[in-house]
Design a protein around this ligand. Structure first.
Ligand code: F6R
Length: 243
């Protein structure tokens, strides 16, 4: 695994944006796997900046997102569909039809998940999957205990994730309790993985995930077995790692 230490969040965002930029430049019709959450916001704005400067062209890029809340409509400001448009898609020249967020408006969970998995396959798989790391080691919405063999599936969110995500909602009761997420197997099939982590609060789980045993209790620990993972962390998030 390649570990890149950044001084702070801005530095982390630039370094991670460099990696995604390189992917887009080297393979203009690449398939990017994208994530939401607070960690990638800075890197998305770096990508937008570079697009505006004329250094990046997304016209042939395709994207698939990791996950989406079940039951939120596209115009709900907390849906991941909305997040991706606000933070990235509407500012760059990616073709909307080439962007694929799991369909949270599809009530048939099986249908929504199979469809997402089929899209990934029909695009020829993911070239570069971006991930954030949950406080409990989750990646996507794969909570501790999720089998490593899972493909895109519907999950009931744990209390701790609902609690963590409630900061984006008016009240705790508004946080959806289920989500559609790529499974660990879907994530592990990506040709390259880029994981971005910042802040002191993540130091312990970063250490457990990348220097502890590989266990379903820490879903991100499976990444130790992926052949091409780059972790970009700020000094605080990497502070417990023996680097
Ligand atoms: C987001 C996602 C989640 C987040 C994780 C970290 O699409 O799948 O796994 O990456 O919860 O969230 P932040 O970045 O907000 O700390």
């Amino acid at each position: 695994m390649n570990i890149i230490k950044a001084t702070d969040y801005n530095d982390l965002s630039r370094k991670a944006a460099n990696i995604i930029s390189a992917q887009v430049i080297m393979k203009p019709d690449c398939v990017l796997g994208l994530a939401t959450g607070s960690s990638p916001v800075g890197l998305y704005s770096c990508l937008v900046e570079r697009y505006k400067q004329g250094d990046l062209d997304f016209s042939r890029v395709k994207s698939v997102n990791l996950d989406e809340y079940r039951g939120l409509t596209h115009d709900n400001s907390q849906s991941y569909y909305y997040f991706m448009n606000e933070n990235l898609f509407k500012h760059i020249n990616i073709i909307p039809e080439n962007t694929h967020v799991p369909d949270g408006t599809e009530p048939d969970a099986r249908k929504a998940c199979e469809q997402h998995e089929q899209i990934i396959q029909s695009l020829g798989g993911i070239d570069l999957q971006l991930l954030g790391l949950g406080n409990n080691g989750h990646i996507g919405f794969n909570e501790p205990g999720t089998g490593f063999e899972e493909l895109t599936h519907c999950v009931a969110l744990t209390k701790s994730t609902i609690q963590a995500n409630s900061r984006f909602f008016d009240k705790l009761e508004d946080v959806p309790t289920e989500a559609y997420t790529m499974g660990i197997k879907t994530i592990m099939r990506a040709r390259k993985i880029l994981i971005v982590v910042n802040g002191k609060g993540k130091a312990d789980i970063v250490h457990k995930s990348f220097f502890g045993p590989v266990t379903t209790e820490v879903p991100a620990s499976i990444l130790q077995l992926h052949p091409d993972v780059t972790l970009v962390g700020d000094e605080e998030a990497l502070s417990l790692c023996p680097l």
